[in-house]
Design a protein around this ligand. Sequence first.
Ligand code: SF4
Length: 322
Amino acid sequence: MQWKELKSRLLAAGSVRLTGEPAEQFIAKSAAGPGAGGSGAIFFVMGSHRVKLAVNPLSTIEVAHRGNGTADLYFDGKLIGGRLLEPGFHCPGQAFITVTGSCVFSCRYCSVPKIGGRRKSVEEIMAMVESVRHRIHAISITSGVKESIGEEEAYALEVVKHLASFALPIGVSIYPTEKTPDLLHELGVAEVKFNLEAATPELFAAMCPGLDYTLLWHVLDRSVALFGRNRVFSNVIIGLGETDTELETCIWKLTAHGVIPVLRPLNPVADLAGTPRPSAERLKTAYAMHESALAAAGLDARLALTMCTNCAGCDLVPGREE
Ligand code: SF4
């Protein structure tokens, strides 16, 4: 089975049952993103390819850890040899840190407001990065919104100022104000991700009450002007109720603006628990749209230095799955 086919099917399933030798060091615990607050996730790797899957004792798909990271995937009657990657914080090769693990907003697909985590201190974040410094090539930060969007931005800027001392590429994904791209650019941030989340403004309004879709487009355009092409990203969730045509329109609009879409399969949690995950066929259809749109715009997802497009654990990333 080709990797792209296998990864589509694994992402559609979303989870694996982890058996065999103890694998604690290979389990990523996340305070944000897919699987936030769950029982963790693993990165299964085949050659240069990887996929991140939630650990679920009830999954019909098994990954058996044989020791030292060597692992066997049992899928569709086949045994596929591979290995497990050790995460930095949240993902391998990066210290990807959630600054504030709580949120005053209540996006319907997001479990962060329900988890109600805390804000990490600057000292704590610096110590976390220091502890994995020897095995990371980038630092990425994301955040909920503790009190207000402006207050969170100010705190994220403070964190970034300190992180600059590591002299590693820094990626930042927070809910922005109009000034966020300029402020992050002044601090030397390498890449930014501002998430549209939904393919249409109507779906966004239904999914993210109180947040502003128009502002996100404005901020994305300003970011491309400052950070350049191939340095600005935006998550669009697949499976919120959009049609393929709506998804395609959104993808082509983002790439025409110089933004690399991150097409994220819905992880049905929070208010959307019970909503079906997108099928492998749908993920492959979206991948084909994504690939064509990036090529037409002259964008290259393989150049990403930080965050999800560099990680490629949770999504199909054009150029990384062949
Ligand atoms: S793709 Fe993004 S959300 Fe998924 S593990 Fe990697 S960095 Fe985290």
